[in-house]
Ligand binder design. Sequence first.
Ligand SMILES: Cc1cc2nc3c(=O)[nH]c(=O)nc-3n(C[C@H](O)[C@H](O)[C@H](O)COP(=O)(O)OP(=O)(O)OC[C@H]3O[C@@H](n4cnc5c(N)ncnc54)[C@H](O)[C@@H]3O)c2cc1C
Length: 380
Amino acid sequence: MNDAEFADVLAAVRHFVRTEVIPREEEIEESDAIPSDIRQAAADMGLFGYCLPEEYGGLGATLSEDAQLAFEFGYTTPAFRSMFGTNNGIAGQVLVSSGTAEQKQRWLPRLAQGGVSSFALTEAEAGSDPSGLTTRAVRDGDGYVITGVKRFITNAPLADLFVVFARTGAEARGAKGISVFLVEASADGVSVGPKDRKMGQAGAWTAEVVFDHVAVAASGLVGGQEGAGFGEAMKSLVRGRVHIAAVCVGMAERLLAESVAHARSSRQGGRPIGEFQLVQAMLAEIQTGAYAGRAMVTEAARAYDSGADRRIGPSAAKLFCSEMVGRAADLAVQIHGGLGYMHGVPAERMYRDARLFRIYEGTSEIQKLIIGRALVRDDG
Ligand SMILES: Cc1cc2nc3c(=O)[nH]c(=O)nc-3n(C[C@H](O)[C@H](O)[C@H](O)COP(=O)(O)OP(=O)(O)OC[C@H]3O[C@@H](n4cnc5c(N)ncnc54)[C@H](O)[C@@H]3O)c2cc1C
């Protein structure tokens, strides 16, 4: 994709989000689902594979381009991006970075056309510290048999493919001996639990996934190499952090637009509330956070793409932007007064939706540990 082609994609996404998705946000919230015509349109625009390589049917976006698109996705319900987020991000990037030619050929074109992949890392006692995972892949002839339970897996109820992290080494704990496998959702022994009932982000689904003695051929071991799984998970999550930070910026910009519109139109004492300086101060705080976040994400993505920084920048951007949008949502509710506490008002919905960003793809505490550790070791 050259610059002109990317500009067209960006403009089309911006137009689609603002004219087709935003008007349907309440429908998505109430039905807890993305309407099939929106899903189809997203697939037709290439969004299921915009970060996958062009030779496999994707659009080949760089992380800087991904960030610009994610600013737009963030402007509407996060369920829209979540539908194809795992393909372009955490799950798909494992295949892009380490899959064999045969694995890429088999899966990437299918994902780019609208198939869905899920990243299955988290377990009950392996969230912030995935090195504690206990799912096992035991050698059986030429292949493996996988047994274990994953939880909170985004898109699991829709998935065609699970990118599954499992222990092949003898160690009971630790990063060593974790491998990553491609498991078809239709394989015998794979079962997906009921959709989780979440606080927010309605229309984006997560569920528990049980792998009960699932037979996987040796060709399902990513890269054909045992023991590389933990590194793969970390690499993929680093990239994902910049994307999530960009989504947070988009949401903060939307919260600002909703808040400014409300401040201009809602009146108290015969005057628009936007004329009160304490309301203006809240608007200024949202604006400043969003502006800082946009600059930070742009720089973090640039440094990631050039290879200059693939550690501190992504964590710093995710930490700052996810905390920033939480504060922006809180202020937006405050600006809306009692209305901000009512269902059907975007600020109320986004207040709940934003809370997740501080938790998944590494909590705020984990981002601080990554940044601090890199600084002290001076090898960031
Ligand atoms: C909606 C949703 C979607 C998700 N999607 C996926 C997915 O697609 N695939 C997937 O694999 N996972 C997914 N997750 C899992 C998510 O990544 C984890 O929930 C997250 O990493 C936190 O892990 P945990 O829930 O086990 O919490 P814990 O790790 O138990 O954390 C609880 C608290 O302890 C703190 N804490 C933990 N360890 C430390 C430490 N060493 N130092 C300081 N504080 C610490 C945390 O910061 C947090 O405040 C999803 C989760 C949610 C809620």
